[in-house]
Design a protein around this ligand. Structure first.
Ligand code: IMP
Ligand code: MG
Length: 182
């Protein structure tokens, strides 16, 4: 049996750290949205695990929807040209939107999404990103809710992929050099 954990060199954020952070964010979001109609929008596929855990940490009436976008680029870099593969099912006007993202890297994807969603007149729009890469130019995006700030490196796990693999790791880690190279 091949265990995907063996392809990882360093654990950057452990399963325990993720669990703790998700409950902490859940508590803050519960307080911030207690009197508001909240719609959490997960950005597929990377935010899959994060949004599933996060909404279960918010015991409020809330709704969940998804968008799927593809940003053209290589396996490890995005280009800023974004295409909507799956749009929202419902109208968002007048609702309080929380975009749930896996990682903020160049910010090009979120920049596009924010513009797109703001044009649909939500009551408010905030970003919750599990990870933010440190010292990166993130297109001026400053998410209100952040799980972890990590070094500028390529990571996988807990939703994040390399060439569509490793999303099912329970932690966030760095792949071995020989795998990224191949
Ligand atoms: P952007 O550069 O901020 O537009 O990042 C867009 C998307 O690229 C993120 O939502 C992720 O899906 C993906 N991405 C960026 N950095 C990483 C990484 O380190 N590992 C895996 N996916 C990443
Ligand atoms: Mg993503």
């Amino acid at each position: 049996m091949r265990d995907i954990k063996d392809d990882v060199d360093n654990i950057i954020v452990s399963e325990e750290e993720i669990t703790k952070k998700v409950s902490e964010l859940g508590r803050i979001l519960t307080e911030d949205y207690k009197d508001k109609q909240l719609l959490c929008i997960g950005v597929l596929k990377g935010a899959l695990m994060f949004i599933a855990d996060l909404v279960r940490a918010i015991p409020l009436p809330l709704q969940v929807d998804f968008m799927a976008v593809s940003s053209y680029g290589s396996a490890t870099r995005s280009s800023g040209i974004v295409r909507i593969l799956k749009d929202l099912d419902e109208d968002i006007s007048g609702k309080h939107i929380l975009i749930v993202e896996d990682i903020l890297d160049t910010g090009l994807t979120l920049n596009y999404l924010i513009k797109n969603l703001k044009s649909r007149q939500p009551a408010s729009l905030e970003i919750c990103s599990l990870l933010v890469k440190k010292d990166k130019q993130t297109s001026g995006i400053d998410p209100k809710y952040v799980g972890f700030t990590i070094p500028d490196m390529f990571v996988v796990g807990y939703g994040l992929d390399y060439d569509e693999n490793y999303r099912n790791l329970k932690f966030v880690g760095e792949l071995k050099k020989e795998i990224l190279g191949s």
